[in-house]
Unconditional design. Sequence first.
Length: 99
Amino acid sequence: MLNLWTKVAARSANLPVALPLAQIQQLKDGFGLALAVLLMFGFFWGIIKIWAGANAISKGDPDGKAGIVAGIIIAGAVSIMTALFAIFGLQDAVVTPRF
């Protein structure tokens, strides 16, 4: 059994521990692009929810206020999460949307 663990440790010692800097930048750029796409869809979806909530309130539906609040949260989700990351000291984890 000890021989097996010795072989595993020897093989894993040859593996790179960290990604090269260029690959990390490509990964961040990919996440930035994905975040930008989500930001665009989420913003428009939030605006539609706000509009639908305002329309429901104008018709007398009491659930329209919840639709407005949900739309604000959806449309501002990126800003809300960025603020929370900054509050808890995780600024390095914030990914900037790249268009």
